[in-house]
Design a protein around this ligand. Structure first.
Ligand code: ADP
Ligand code: 5GP
Length: 183
């Protein structure tokens, strides 16, 4: 059974929403809560959505080899705990990682049989509308995320599977089907 599922895609493409749906349906899949130095958004909870830590703590963990992968995204650091991954894998759990393409490259090196899935928005206009409707980022942050989205979407062919997240229920079914195909 394949153990690691990597979900990537531009901010606002629907990764969090899709991961939450998958977690609800699969009891034996664990979501890897990343660490970040960015500020929590409204409603985000420490230890559930992310572990929110300072840049100093993050850098200390780089020096002490605590990351399975890490990257700088939109001017903040994001990382996956090596200890968490090792513990889950040792206990036979399957893991869902929501990480960017820089992290994907690092995880693929460590775990070559990870399954990579890219979430695409139907269009840039829809992405902009969803980011604005989510209402969690400043106008400046939304602009920055849209600029980066174009570059990120150029990476989609590095991924084994691509889901175009138009209608949510269809995307959820597609993601579930992909995961089940590796059971
Ligand atoms: P990401 O984690 O990739 O940044 P989110 O899961 O936070 O993206 O989704 C961004 C916004 O778009 C959220 O407000 C979410 O409710 C909404 N959304 C996600 N998927 C869809 C969809 N298929 N149709 C309409 N809105 C969606
Ligand atoms: P956001 O700030 O919108 O939650 O996430 C911004 C970007 O960081 C997204 O592309 C997301 O996939 C990525 N990201 C989140 N956690 C990690 C992580 O642990 N490692 C890496 N490399 N990227 C991450």
């Amino acid at each position: 059974m394949r153990k690691l599922f990597i979900i990537s895609g531009p901010s606002g493409s629907g990764k969090t929403t899709l991961c939450a749906e998958v977690i609800k349906r699969f009891k034996n899949i664990t979501y890897s809560v990343s660490y970040t130095t960015r500020m929590p958004r409204n409603g985000e909870r420490d230890g559930i959505d992310y572990y929110f830590i300072t840049k100093e703590e993050f850098k200390r963990k780089i020096e002490n080899n605590k990351w399975a992968e890490w990257a700088e995204v939109y001017g903040n650091f994001y990382g996956t705990s090596a200890e968490f991954l090792d513990t889950c894998l040792a206990s036979g759990k399957r893991i869902l990682l929501d990480i960017d393409f820089q992290g994907t490259v690092q995880i693929k090196k460590l775990y070559p049989d990870s399954i990579t899935i890219f979430i695409m928005p139907p269009s840039l206009e829809t992405l902009k509308a969803r980011l604005e409707a989510r209402n969690t980022d400043t106008r400046q942050a939304v602009e920055r995320r849209l600029e980066t989205a174009k570059k990120e979407m150029e990476k989609k062919d590095l991924y084994r599977h691509i889901i175009i997240n138009d209608q949510l229920s269809i995307s959820v079914s597609e993601l579930i089907k992909i995961i089940e195909s590796y059971s």
